[in-house]
Design a protein around this ligand. Structure first.
Ligand SMILES: Nc1ncnc2c1ncn2[C@@H]1O[C@H](COP(=O)(O)OP(=O)(O)O)[C@@H](O)[C@H]1O
Ligand code: SF4
Ligand SMILES: [Mg+2]
Length: 338
């Protein structure tokens, strides 16, 4: 009998609102739920402004000041992160959960060398000696593919290329062997060749270290060969979730369909690249019903009536769109047949 594996992270109905200057409250994440199993790679996809980063920042409890969690649960190894104290969370960040961001220049401190920053991270979390931490820093720089790491360890961020800086960020994140790595648009700021190298690096490191990874991107193509499962977000909601193979075989949600068509292909004329018409609405301007309806090519009069719930289409594939909701009569007739 196969043993059902407990998820490492289980997020249930996470809702976050933004407090406005006038004391109002605008929802920005709306009942987001997902699991990440040990050793699993989950991709979170959606255009800019869909709530991907805020989902990640909620998990590590580093939301911007104006954003407050209004509901839900975030179980990490069975304990709710929402109820952990700030000192506990500081320990968890870095020890158990590490995060890398899109632009390493803003995450690395320009006045310290790469090595000093990695060494600090190691000492903070492992209470080891500076000499041992420096040795480990050189090792991890080597692991992430920095040439001559014993020399590069003393370089400042500005002496490195964008790709190198991202490698340093990854080294810093991995120096303490986290159980979960969250990579938020880790390759977006890089050119295509370097992007591919960094993805390859992350894939290899994940395979070697066996950690869980959440990789966030606006480009479905980035995670096609990396993620085991994909969660598509639109306007603060999960609109589709599936194992990657099924999603690429048959995407169900019209928004995912649009994202699929937007994946750049090397042999295609860049100017002809497909884009989904219209824009992601700002949180204060979410339309009634399905938030995608003003942009949806399949919209019907029923689409602005209620927010479609995420429903299982098959055991590994869920979607939130009325085209896949089972009509009530059908459910009744199924029961009657029995
Ligand atoms: N600090 C903030 N103050 C106000 N609004 C914010 C803040 N951070 C994010 N938002 C808004 O919340 C929404 C989701 O943001 P985000 O999670 O960063 O999206 P994504 O990562 O998918 O691009 C966006 O509309 C964004 O403008
Ligand atoms: S519910 Fe309607 S508007 Fe929304 S994605 Fe489905 S068909 Fe399109
Ligand atoms: Mg983001």
């Amino acid at each position: 009998m196969t043993k059902i594996q407990e998820p490492l992270l289980s997020v249930r109905d996470l809702s976050v609102s933004l407090t406005t200057r006038r004391g109002g409250s605008i929802p920005i994440l709306d009942r987001v739920s997902f699991d990440v199993a040990p050793g699993e790679v989950l991709g979170i996809v959606g255009e800019s402004g869909c709530g991907k980063s805020l989902t990640a920042l909620s998990v590590i409890r580093l939301l911007p000041k104006a954003a407050v969690v209004t509901g839900g649960q975030m179980l990490f190894q069975g304990q709710d992160l929402l109820h952990r104290s700030d000192p506990d969370m500081r320990k968890i960040r870095g020890n158990d959960i590490a995060m890398i961001f899109q632009e390493p220049m803003t995450s690395l401190n320009p006045v310290f060398t790469a090595g000093e920053q990695i060494i600090e991270a190691i000492i903070y979390h492992e209470r080891t000696t500076r000499a041992a931490a420096r040795k480990r820093a050189i090792e991890v720089l080597d692991v992430v593919g920095i040439p001559s790491p014993e020399r590069r360890v003393d370089d400042y961020p500005h002496q490195m290329s964008g790709g190198m800086r991202q490698r340093v960020m990854i080294a810093m994140a991995l120096a303490t062997n986290p159980k979960l790595l969250i990579a938020d648009e880790p390759t977006t700021a890089l050119d295509v060749t370097v992007q591919a190298q960094i993805l390859e690096l992350l894939r290899n490191l994940q395979a070697d270290m066996g950690m869980s990874v959440i990789v966030i991107t606006h480009d479905l193509g980035v995670i096609a060969d990396f993620a085991d499962r994909v969660m598509v977000m639109y306007s603060g909601r999960v609109v589709e979730e599936s194992i990657t193979r099924d999603l690429f075989d048959r995407s169900l949600h019209p928004y995912t369909e649009g994202l699929m068509r937007s994946i750049p292909h090397i042999d295609e004329d860049v100017e002809r690249l497909y884009t989904i018409e219209g824009m992601v609405p700002s949180p204060g301007d979410w339309p009634a019903g399905c938030r995608f309806h003003p942009r949806c090519p399949y919209v019907t009069a029923a689409c602005n009536q209620a927010v479609p719930e995420l429903t299982a289409y098959s055991p590994n594939h869920s979607v939130a769109c009325i085209r896949y909701e089972i009509p009530r009569e059908e459910t009744v007739s199924c029961l009657e047949v029995k």
